[in-house]
Structures are given as C-alpha cells and as structure tokens.
Design a binder for this molecule. Sequence first.
Ligand code: ATP
Length: 902
Amino acid sequence: MKQEFNWHNIDATEVARILNVSIETGLSSPEVEEKTLKYGKNVLTKKKRQSAFARFLLQFHQPLIYILLAATVVTFFLDEIVDSAVIFGVVLINAIIGYIQETKALKAIDALEGSLAQKAAVIRNGKKQIIESVEIVPGDVVLLRSGDKFPADIRLFELQDMQVDESALTGESVPVQKHIDPVPAENVLGDRFCMGFSSTNVTYGQGRGIVVATGDYTEVGKIQQSIAGAQDLETPLTEKIKKFSHLLLKVIIGLSFILIVIGLIRGESFGEIFMVAVALAVGAIPEGLPVAVTIMLALGVSKMAKRKAIIRKLVAVETLGSTNVICSDKTGTLTENQMTVQKIFAGGYFFNVTGLGYNPEGTVELNGLPADLQLFKSLSLCLQAGILCNDSGLREKNGAWMIEGEPTEGALLVSGYKGGFKLEELECDMPRISSIPFESEYQYMATLHGGVQQIIFMKGASEAILERCNWMYDENGDLTALNKTQILSEVEELASQGLRVLGFAMKYPATELERVNHEDTGLEMIFLGIQGMIDPPRKEAIEAVALCQKAGIDVKMITGDHAITAASIAEQIGLQGLRENGKLKALNGKELQLLDNGDFGDAAESVAVFARVSPDQKLRLVKALQERGKIVAMTGDGVNDGPALKQANIGVAMGITGTDVAKDASDMVLTDDNFSSIEGAVEEGRGVFDNLTKFIVWTLPTNLGEGLVILAAVVVGSQLPILPVQLLWINMTTAILLGLMLAFEPKEPGIMDRPPRPAKQPILTTDLIMRTLLVGTLMMFAAFGLYSYEVDFANQSVSYGQTVATSVFIFMEAAYLFNCRSVVRPLNEIGFFTNRWVFFGIGAMTFFQLIYIYTSVMNTLFNSSPLQMDSWWRIIGVSVALFVIVTIEKRIRFNLSKPTNK
Ligand code: ATP
C-alpha cells in the first residue's frame, strides 16, 4: 500500500476510519479478499540473487579452470585442435554440472526456508485467528506479544508496556518504548513511537495495531533489505577443502614449472612438455571435491528435515556430528506440555483434583469428597485467580476438549471449571481492566479487575509470588500473617513429585486504579494457594536421551521451572549428571549467581539440571561449556534466548512455541519441539560426516595416483601413460557416477554407540593418510605397469596403453568404492547390497567406459582404442587385488586400534 499518509501523525481512531476497519472486530472475509486483490500478498520481492548466467559464469572462476582454459588456448595455437576442443568441452560440461548441482542445493535450502513461514495473530470477523504473515493485508488488526516479529508496518492503538528492538531497521540496538499517541510528522523512523515496523521485534510487553503497509510498501521493503537473504553454501569444511586445493595448486604449478624447465633443457618440444604440466595439474587436483561436499551437506539438510529438524545454516549439518553437549528446555521439549492440575494447597488444606487432560469433567476433592467452596475461601479465590488471571481459552470440538493458548494456563481454566466456576460468569462480575503479561524475567502475571470492588489477581512461580505477599487466609478464611516456611515446604513437597507448581495471590488496591503496574503488585499481596500440575515426560524423549548418553553426548536440562520439579522430571527421563545424596543435583539461578568463573565452569560441566535460569545465565552456561572444549547444542524459545542461541554451536529454536526472535537466531528449528528430533539430527549429522569422510578417502588416492603416474613418466622419460583429456574424463565421470553414490550410504550400525568426533580432529587421520598413500601408490604402479606392459612387451600402440591405464584407474576406483563404503568395517560386516546405488553407479560407469573404448567418436575425441579381452582380465585383476589388499589393511588396522572413532 502506498504511504499516502503519515500514519504516525494521525490518531489511531482516525487511522481505523481511513482504512475502514473496526478495531474491535477487524476486517471481514470479503474485505480481506478485496484487499488481497488490491495490494497483493505481504511479501518482500526477493533481493535479486545473482542471475543464472552470472552464477554459471562463476563456475569458471576457479584456479583449476584457469589452467584448463589456458591449456585450451595454448593447445589451439599448438595446432592440437581436437585436444583443445575436448579440454574446452570438458570445462564447459564441468561448469554445467557445477551449476546444476549448486542450483539444486540452493533450491533444497530455499524450500526449507519457505516451510518456516512466519505466523501472526489477527482479529478478523470479530475472532482471533492465527494466519501466515504473507496473508496479512492493510487494515488487518494484529495482536503482538514479546518475541513476535512485526509482520508488516503497524499503527499501534493499544499497548501494555511494549518495547521493540528496531535494530534491523534503524541500527539502534536499545529497544524503543512504544506509546499510542501520534508524533510529529517529521519524526524519523526511530522516533515514530506509535508505529511498529515490519521485521523489527517485540522484546517486551504486548499490544494491538492496524496494518498500514504490507510487502514492498513497508519501510523495510522500501530499503529493499530482504532479511531472509541468500543462503551461504560455504562451511568451514568446504573452506578448508578450497584452501587445500589452492595449496595443492601452488605446489603443482611449482612442480610443472620445474618440469617444463627440465624438459626444455632435455631438448623436448614445448608443446609436449606443456601437456605434461597440464596433465599433472588436471590429475592431481581434486576438482570435484568442493561441489561434492556441498551436495552431501545439502542432502543432509533434506534428511534432517524428514526427521523434523529444519536446518537454517548449512554449517549446522557439519557441526551436529561433533556435538557433545545438548542443553534442552524442559517444558514441551522433554515433557509433553500437556498439563493437568492434580493438587491444590490452599488455606492450610491439600485438595486433590480428579480427571486428566483438558476435559473439564472432574472435581476438586478433600479427603475423597467434593470440596464445598463456600467453606474454603482461599481455595475458591485461588481457583478464580487461576481462571481470571489467564489468557487462554477452552473449547470443545467433536467431543474433544482443546485449549487455545499456553498449556499452563489451560490447565488452570480446567481446574477452575472442575471447582464449579465459569470464565464467562466470572468475567461478568469482575471484568478485566488491564494486565501485566507473563514475562520469564518477572515470572508472574497479574490482572486488574473491576466490579463491586477492584481486585488484582496474580499468578506465577511460587517464589516470585511469595516475595510479594505478607498475608494469607487461615483455615477459617480469616486474614493472617503469611507463613512462608510452611508454604515453601508444601511447594517442595509438590515439586518433588515432579509437579509444576504455580502460586496465586490477590489484593484489593487501596485506591481505584486505571491500570496495573509492577509497583501495584510489589507488596502486601494476600497469598491464596498453590496449584501443582503434572506434565509427563515424552516417551520419545526418554529413549532419545538414553541414545545420546550412550553416544557420549551429555544432555542437560535448562529450565525456567522450580529446581525440585526439574530434578524430579530429569530423574524420570533418565538424565545423568552429578548426584548428591543419591539424587540428581539441580542448581538454580540464584545459586549459579554466587559461583565464580572456575566453579561455574565446573558446575556447567558436571551438573545436569539447571532451574530458574535467566537468559543471561543460559549464555554464560554455553560460553563456559565452550571454554571447556564442548560443542554445544542449545534450545531456546523466548525472546531473550537469542544471544545464547547465537553463541551455541548449534542454536535450536522451537518451531511451535518458539518466538520469531528465537527462530531468527537459530541454526536449526524443530518443527515438533521434540527433544528426540535433536537426537535424530545429531544421528543424521554423524551419518553425513561419515559419508563425507568416505568420499574424501575415496577420491584423494586417485588424484595422488594420477599425479604420480605423470611424475613417474617424466622421471623414466616415457610417453605420458594418460593424456590430460583422459585424466579429465576419469575425474569427471568417476566423481559423479561413483563417488556421489557414497552420499546414499546408509548410516553405519552403532552410529550412536561411539563418542562424538572431536571437533578439531582432521578428516584425514594418520590412518587415513596412510591408506591414501597406499592406494594412490598401488594405482600408480598398476596404471603405469600395465601401460608399460602393453606398449613395451605386448607391442600395442601408445593409445592402446593409455586406454588401459585410463580403465585401470576407473575400475580400481570402482573396486575401491566398495572398500570406502565404510572407513573401518569390512564389506561383509556392512552388507554387500545395503547401498544399491553403488551398483547402479558402477553399472553406469562401465557403460560409459565401454562407449569411451569402443566407439569411434570417443576414440577420436579422447584418443582411446578398443581393448582386447586379455587386457580386460588384467584390468579386472588389479582392481580386485586392490579391493583385497585394502580389506586386509582394514582388518589389520581395525584389530590394532579397536576403539576407533570412525
Ligand atoms: P522451560 O524453560 O523448560 O520451557 P518453563 O516453561 O517452566 O520451562 P518459563 O516459561 O520461563 O519456563 O516459566 C518459568 C516459571 O514461570 C514457571 O515454572 C511457572 O512457575 C511460571 N509461569 C509459566 N508460565 C506462566 C504464566 N503464563 N503465568 C504465570 N506464571 C507462569
């Protein structure tokens, strides 16, 4: 929508009039339809990525390709037209394949980004609805609370202490306090206090407003700052590989230079010796490696998505495999987040509440008999507080009872209903005037109600409530001084049964209030009681925690809940950690505060349960663990969890309950909020890393062997056993047809029985370097040996010998592919047929190699020759021999170093 008005300078009611919307009932469906047609969807036109053509051209921007392009030009001038054309053809095909693969990887990641659509709460047709933010139109009435991202530009008209982080737009990192009064027209963005702008975040409080601009017409749209941005396909691993290739390139250029000088001194022609140098470069550089790694990581992204973990940053796939600590929220992640109040302590009595779930059928009982609320004033007020100081709703659909809003609050509605109260009736007698929303920082919520006499109700963490109370009702319903010790011991009693305990209080304000503030609930509150609700552990979480612990990953619970409740649930889930007096030790925020850095680090490492933890303590915990060399995955959902999520090696946000802010700061989002999905992602991460290692171990010996063959030819002064174009043929076809098949290798059995891979451990351990040297040397001897045999003893042509050498590399690689299906396990252990793609790859490779050998076009292009059967037997013989030798080598090495880490 065009900004024809200075919305910040106009009164909110006038804004509503201009946009023709009622702030109570919002837009109607036909109005929404009409506006969608008029203004379109609420999306920012994506910042243009590099054009397809530019991305294609960039495929040529690689040092190796420069060499090949130079070779194309030089061979052309040396009159080797066919060679020149073939080299250029290969460069072109390489670029096309690189482009296609990169596009695929980008698409896969884009698709996942799309599945994380932002949601918004709006009022339409008089009802609150949750819709996708893209559906928002100008005129929509939007509800916002802390942690939400503004879905569009909004003129605020009702606020409860709202603060907004506008740094995404203005660069100002201090949150801005909003108010609803118009401001002068000339105010800059940061000073338009009655407005909220698209892509900024609510950090505190809540409010409502009318959408005045959507999509490209928003302030952020105008500056074309698409926040989503393009995905980065680089990870530390691909960086390392690139650096390694560059280093190799330099070495090879140096070597080639020496070769050329020696050749020229020996009196060889420049043309010949130049081709040798090109062959060395082409053969020894693993050109397919960076692309293959990216593809394998991208494949990992889709595998993880199937297990409900959406990867937002490619690097996470890599890091997940070496994660050794997972810090998880409790509520909803380790537990079901299906709350039912079971116990109430009020006015000196313990009451039981019957029934399970959100069905409000059941009773509040004392000693097995329904409690008469007339007799128990404290209980009656405690239940009323639970219903009125509450933002959730309860509804029935096809016989099933559901809640809208938070389960903790839903459970309180249900317990109130079981006591005989109804929300509508209570609201009629005591309408809500204002409220202090729940924020983890204060750990309570309060509401002010009118009626015959004003009343403030408050509910929250028991400590937070007790701090503010001086009074309570005794057994007869008379006011008496608060007995804090007694109540705390009752709280502990309920918490030790794993119940989540909430405290309730009230007060009649001394003077009439217009709204309730923190000062009004500071002191002199009357304590009403506590309600204890069960939240059973998730079954899958129990299994996943056991799997993680077996895999050497520490699982820690970091929760806002009470320490005793947390410890009891942690015990039920089977968390392992420091124990005291036979019980799991739980540290709470206050205790953590008292620890100096050293003790804090020790505690972070040894203790498994942290309760009443503030967001900054979460951050400190992550840092302390990282200082001790841990790779930390940390979950978070709240608006203040951003820094800890960013600091963690893997920040994990909750897809369902997580705020937009938490999702933005995370590397991974769980679509089901379930701990077991983190475990699943770690398992996949390990699998992807295994397969990457397998690919690297498979590909490097070929490059080494090829380089060595060229060097050997120079040293003994023979013709080149393989020409540059032939090397290109080998490297290109095998990387795609053989190597990539390893990406489909199933996870090795026992993948979660071994400790995490140390983050600093290089991919190529000494064992693997030795194997690379062994296989590379064997390939060199086989290729050079059989070439010499054919040319020197069997009197075959050079072209025949080169065809044999080329085939030797290809089929030895095929045989070695079976060895590489596991780095340590022999084939019979992993199962011959468990990765059918390998057979498909080898079949396809053989087909293409037969074309290469037996068609005249390929014979002309690549200077290949048809082979006779006896040569085939020798090629197959050396290939099988390589497989057998590596199998024996594996067995010896595996037996030598049994507890290995691969
Ligand atoms: P986790 O961090 O594992 O998700 P949590 O949900 O208990 O745990 P918070 O949401 O920070 O963490 O809640 C902290 C405490 O505040 C709770 O234990 C409860 O006592 C209280 N509380 C939670 N929700 C509300 C609410 N809507 N109103 C009042 N108090 C609440």
